[in-house]
Design a protein around this ligand. Structure first.
Ligand SMILES: Cc1ncc(COP(=O)(O)O)c(C=O)c1O
Length: 424
């Protein structure tokens, strides 16, 4: 069909006009075009657990599960969340006032920004960040302010994710009278860092000193490898009152497309977020809330969370072994399902032809492009998760997701080993 030049031009709104072409719209089609094994985007290419899928199937057959739910979320899910999370927060959570179900963690975060940001309010983000934060902030009139988490270990060797550190003085220097919110992400995407108690205490003390709301994005809170490791900032002294913790059914049960998430916090903070969310989406889809509720009800007795962690740990080891063999240093993730690989030793042929678009981006875009095209494995350039001024910090890294089947990881391993002649 011949393409037709648009005869009508309607100017887009400022709030979307500033969006740049995002990394996904470059690398997802590229992975398809060159039939690369896609370790780029963090979605599972294996099905959710049977008991959760079965619960969804049954929910679709019940009329009450096919109609509007309460804007707070279905009681069964809020009750299940309260039961599962109360021991983790060390307090009895009230499912009526302290929990809201959102359309994925992302929409929950959007609703918090909608509820708390005025034009020009500043939000402190640690880099690298989950890229959706930015548009969620700017669409609600806010201004992102950045502070990098820097690799402090020897980047030429494998590094523990805990060796990526935030400089607390630098973080404090970003706070102004307009600062309203600080966003924390632990376990962290893409570093795999699980913030220590001391780090959380320091961040919490800053938030208290400057009266900031803390959004603690803990979507990977069931995916960390050292059982002692993950701490919740909301449980630290005095911080419950200023923290909204964000969770994700997508990450917890391998159902990223179901778009179920939740916010947990004190009534005074949750109520405005609920008010905003009610006007954004009114309510979250009903049958899949029911299925996630049943997921939580049964997870404990089925030992689901433990076996899921063991499966991810196995996948992590499989992929790490490949980079070990290639001699490429990695950040060893303590949580989440990403590995940051140091690509400095990869020598992309100097006469390699890249599309012009990639010359406007940092070096990691070209390394990942070459890898997808010539090696057949797609990773994501992590400079996408930095502000312009700090992108250079990421240009020698690539992010690989290991939330994939054993077959996919084996196929990726086989291809990645072809990279040996290009490694100095
Ligand atoms: C750090 C972080 N926060 C939030 C999300 C969004 O989670 P959801 O899919 O539940 O919206 C993601 C998804 O990749 C993430 O990595």
């Amino acid at each position: 069909m011949a393409s037709i030049a648009p005869s009508v031009h309607i100017q887009r709104a400022e709030r979307v006009a500033h969006f740049e072409q995002d990394v996904w719209s470059i690398f997802t089609p590229l992975a398809i075009e060159c039939q690369a094994v896609n370790l780029g985007q963090g979605f599972m290419n294996f099905p959710p657990p049977d008991f959760v899928v079965e619960a969804a199937r049954e929910a679709l057959l019940r009329n009450d599960c096919n109609q509007y739910s309460h804007p707070k979320g279905r009681p069964r899910l809020r009750n299940a969340l309260a039961k599962s999370y109360s021991p983790l927060f060390g307090r009895t959570l009230n499912p009526e006032t302290e929990i809201v179900v959102s359309a994925g963690a992302n929409e929950g975060i959007f609703a918090i920004f909608a509820a708390y940001l005025d034009e020009g309010s500043e939000v402190i983000l640690m880099e690298p960040f989950f890229d959706q934060y930015i548009s969620n902030i700017t669409m609600n009139g806010g201004v992102p302010v950045y502070c990098p988490i820097r690799p402090k270990g020897d980047a030429t060797k494998n590094m523990a994710a805990s060796e990526w550190k935030i400089d607390i003085k630098e973080l404090e220097s970003k706070i102004t009278p307009r600062s309203k919110i600080i966003v924390l992400n632990t376990p962290h995407n893409p570093i795999g860092k699980v913030f220590s108690r001391e780090e959380l205490e320091e961040i919490g003390a800053l938030a208290a000193k400057h009266n900031l709301l803390i959004i603690s994005d803990e979507v990977y809170d069931r995916l960390y490898f050292n059982p002692q490791n993950h701490e919740r900032i909301a449980t630290l002294n005095g911080l419950w009152e200023r923290t909204i913790t964000v969770g994700s059914g997508g990450k917890t049960f391998g159902t990223t497309g179901w778009r179920i998430g939740w916010l947990i916090g004190p009534e005074a903070l949750i109520e405005p977020a609920l008010a905003a969310q009610t006007r954004i989406i009114f309510c979250v889809n009903s049958p899949l809330q029911e299925a996630i509720a049943i997921g939580f009800e049964q997870a404990e007795e089925r030992g689901f969370f433990g076996s899921q962690v063991a499966a991810y740990e196995h996948k992590r080891e499989k992929l790490l072994a490949v980079f070990r063999e290639l001699g490429l240093p990695c950040t060893i993730p303590e949580g989440s399902y990403f590995i940051l690989v140091n690509t400095e030793k990869i020598q992309v042929p100097s006469d390699y032809k890249f599309p012009d678009l990639l010359w406007q981006r940092p070096k990691d875009f070209r390394t990942c492009y070459w890898m997808a095209k010539e090696i057949g494995v797609c990773a994501i350039p992590p400079s996408e998760f930095y502000s312009k001024e700090n992108q250079a910090l990421a240009e020698n890294f690539a992010r690989f997701a290991f939330c994939k089947t054993e077959e996919t990881l084996d196929a990726a391993a086989e291809r990645l080993l072809k990279m040996k002649p290009f490694i100095k």
